[in-house]
Write a protein that binds this ligand. Structure first.
Ligand SMILES: O=C(O)/C=C/C(=O)CC(=O)CC(=O)O
Ligand SMILES: [Ca+2]
Ligand SMILES: [Mg+2]
Length: 438
């Protein structure tokens, strides 16, 4: 476990000569997240967000301003995906962060050389930061697991394995997209409990799931494990993740093998990878397990992980219907809550995933599972908010929603805050629902 490394890159007094970065909600100089962008159809390449600009890592790599591991990292990042850069591991990534922070800091003598490497964010197209090797979705939001379990299985909401095993399922890498991808309403086979027979067509219960995504930097050899104490050394950073879900397909298909077509038609992520090093000031102790909960097996237990395995992060979900956007009504907040409702830490997810010798790889993406709080107003899906369609939500236009309608725009937002630190965010994670392609 890398211990919390707070250095000059987190200094709250550090400002940038890129004026828009100072006081920026997501991308002040203390964040410096990694992404892949292109402009006007040119080749996608790595970049670092700073305010409303992007520092082109392709140009930085060629500039001669970097030396040693930082130069290696920038050179590897001058590619259509960051996989080669992530595969270098934490040290070159951290060295690059320290150099970029110094180059972008107010009064940096290199300003005149760096300024031509900046591209306005408004002019670019964002891509996924990495080629997704494999995608796995966990289920660590204990309130979500309890809420949704009681809707799918009223007699048996939280199954007895939940507090021993970080439950997950294998998702599909080919349908992960960055923010902005249209959410085409899926078609599928469904059967209402009252119907005599199943039918096929556009689904009615389109939902979202508020999740954290974890990008893996390095993996393990087939047949070997990742010890929990080393798990975060394999992680590059975090993203927001929306696991769009078809609840009517899910209810009919999920037993006995779990989610399949209800979940694999699209997953949206925020395009910026917030590195673990940027998150150092926001690491927190994992909330203690409730009294009476079982002690996890030793391969899932690490004292250092318990001391700093959680994050001080606030999450929000916003909905805006087509009619709201037409009338310039601000998006309505559907939920708000802390990310501290994760029963298992990221290190526990990673250690468990590799515990059977499963090979993890650079570019693997792990979803946390839906993060819900215990109270109304903090649930991370419409199925929970509307109790599977029983209690409609009223929008400011007087429209109502039980699940998402065509034209709805759904956005996730997340913000890390801590005393004495400049807060940072993920940027956009949004999708607009389009009619089914029948
Ligand atoms: O059957 C259930 O309990 C429901 C499972 C899910 O909705 C799966 C899922 O995507 C996990 C999650 O996001 O927490
Ligand atoms: Ca999910
Ligand atoms: Mg999905």
């Amino acid at each position: 476990m890398p211990s919390i490394l707070i250095d000059e890159t987190h200094d709250p007094a550090r400002e940038s000569w890129v004026e828009s970065a100072n006081g920026h909600g997501d991308f002040p100089i203390q964040n410096l997240p990694l992404g892949v962008f292109s402009r006007g159809g040119d080749a996608p390449r790595g970049g670092v967000a700073i305010g409303d600009m992007i520092l082109d890592l392709g140009k930085l790599a060629l500039s001669g301003l970097l030396k040693g591991p930082a130069a290696d990292a920038a050179e590897a990042a001058a590619a259509p995906s960051l996989n080669a850069m992530l595969a270098l591991g934490a040290e070159p990534r951290r060295a690059l962060r320290r150099c970029i922070s110094a180059l972008l800091a107010k009064d940096a003598p290199e300003r005149a050389q760096v300024e031509p490497m900046l591209v306005p964010m408004a002019e670019v197209q964002m891509h996924l930061p990495a080629h997704v090797s494999d995608y796995t979705d966990f289920y660590v939001g204990i309130h979500h697991a309890t809420n949704i379990g009681s809707l799918f299985r009223p007699d048996n909401p939280l199954l007895p394995n939940y507090k021993h095993v970080p439950i997950g399922y294998h998702g599909r890498a080919s349908t992960i997209r960055p923010t902005g991808a249209e959410v085409i309403r899926p078609q599928g086979q469904t059967k209402a409990p009252t119907a005599d027979a199943p039918s096929f067509g556009p689904i009615a219960k389109l939902d979202y799931e508020l999740e954290l995504g974890v990008w893996m930097a390095t993996g393990n050899d087939l047949g070997t494990r990742i010890p929990i104490g080393e798990a975060l050394d394999h992680v590059a950073g975090l993203t927001l993740l929306n696991d769009w879900s078809a609840r009517d397909i899910q209810a009919w298909e999920y037993q006995p093998l779990g989610p399949f077509l209800a979940k694999n038609f699209l997953t949206t992520v925020s395009p910026w990878l917030i590195t673990l090093e940027a998150l150092a000031p926001f690491r927190r102790a994992q909330p203690p397990r409730p009294e009476g909960d079982p002690q996890p097996l030793p391969y899932l237990w690490d004292e250092a992980d318990l001391r700093e395995g959680a994050f001080s992060l606030d999450l929000e979900v916003y909905l805006s219907s087509a009619a709201m956007r037409e009338k310039h009504i601000a998006p309505m907040r559907l939920s708000h809550g802390p990310a501290s409702n994760m029963y298992w830490t990221i290190a526990q997810m990673v250690a468990h995933h590799a515990s059977n010798g499963c090979q993890m790889q650079t570019g693997d993406l792990l979803g946390s599972g839906t993060i819900s709080g215990p109270e109304h107003g903090s649930q991370g899906s419409l199925m929970e908010i509307t109790r599977n369609g029983k209690d409609a939500v009223e929008l400011p236009t007087g429209e109502t929603r039980t699940f998402l309608e065509d034209g709805d725009e759904l956005s996730l937002a997340g913000r890390f805050t801590a005393d004495g630190a400049v807060s940072i965010g993920f940027g956009q994670c949004t999708g607009v629902v389009a009619p089914a392609k029948v």
